[in-house]
Design a protein around this ligand. Structure first.
Ligand code: ATP
Ligand code: PRP
Ligand code: MG
Length: 281
């Protein structure tokens, strides 16, 4: 039985559960459940604090885990990324009161509050900066105002929390994070692990693509195919009216509207875009 850790709360929990469900795995029915057995897929899921997940996976107790790259790095646990999952994107950054230019060297001798002390200490060491790291559990942005720190290092998603507290980010991001699937560093592959990773990869790919279907006059088919080349090559099927064919191709989600505009201008009709739930490429 494969043993897999999943965030039980916080920023990554809902999207993790949705992705696993989309990949065909059993959901938990109660937000308080800490384990779910999925006998059909021979997987047992453990719902754990995202901060702890890399520790369980790194110790070898659990085979795979989903958590944030920043949290995994901060744990110091010996884990490898199997797959980036494309959600929960954020950067991890230094920030300090607005009104002056800051650079990492200015942190020398300062008090720096964070919930990710190892990540910060490692980065300060890389910059050769000695600062006092103050570990807080959350609401780190308010720590300067309350007098316990001079600067912070924290997760930045929209940047709203920094603006609300009149703080500005500075320096290169310490980490560009997203949700990742982890395994123990150097652990052996197995069919069960590869299958779960392939299923999640299928959902990640599917989210990046859409399926386009359209009717196309035969005389513009070549041009239409150059607009929607598909992955290998588009499906072209005859229609009852011999002057027309039906075309089906996957297109990158980000470009779908531009592609639909181009097809319509070229003379394609009934251009339909639909979501793909999962795929194997
Ligand atoms: N807006 C966000 N706020 C916090 N973490 C985020 C956000 N967007 C993505 N993340 C990622 O989620 C993970 C943190 O999740 P976690 O559940 O520990 O924190 P949280 O959502 O702030 O919950 P809590 O405050 O209960 O600890 C990190 O990997 C972080 O990069
Ligand atoms: O850039 P933003 O979109 O504002 O998101 C980032 C903020 O959200 C998170 O805080 P959360 O609400 O989880 O509270 P916490 O600090 O108590 O964990 C994170 O710790 C930042 O404070
Ligand atoms: Mg938080």
């Amino acid at each position: 039985m494969l043993r897999v850790a999943v965030p039980n709360k916080g920023a990554l929990s809902v999207a993790s559960a949705e992705m696993l469900s989309e990949a065909g795995y059993r959901k938990r029915h109660d937000g308080k459940d800490l384990t779910v057995l999925d006998p059909v897929n021979e997987v047992e899921f453990f719902f754990l604090r995202p901060k702890d997940i890399a520790i369980y996976v790194g110790s070898g107790e659990l085979d795979l885990g989903i958590t944030g790259r920043d949290l995994a790095l901060d744990s110091g646990a010996p884990v490898d990324e199997v797959l980036a999952l494309g959600f929960g994107a954020s950067t991890f950054r230094y920030a300090a009161p607005a009104g002056r230019e800051w650079k990492p060297a200015d942190l020398h001798g300062k008090r720096l509050a964070t919930s990710y002390p190892r990540l910060v200490r490692d980065d300060l060491a890389r910059h050769g900066v000695e600062a006092e790291v103050i570990r807080l559990d959350g609401a780190v942005e308010i720590s300067i105002q309350l007098g316990v720190a001079d600067a912070i290092a924290d997760v930045v998603e929209s940047g709203r929390s920094l603006r609300q507290h009149n703080l500005v980010a500075f320096g290169e991001p310490i980490c560009a994070s997203e949700a990742v699937l982890l395994q123990r560093a150097g652990s052996e592959g197995s069919k069960a692990k590869s299958q779960l990773a392939a299923r999640l990869q299928g959902v990640v790919f599917a989210q990046h693509y859409m399926m386009l279907d359209y009717d196309c006059p035969r005389e513009i088919l070549e041009r239409a195919i150059s607009i929607t080349p598909g992955l290998e090559s588009p499906t072209v099927a005859p229609l009852a009216d011999e002057k027309w064919v039906a075309v089906r191709a996957m297109v990158p989600r980000k470009e779908v509207n531009r592609i639909m505009d181009e097809l319509a201008e070229t003379g394609a009709k009934a251009v339909l875009a639909s979501d793909i739930r999962s795929c194997r490429l």
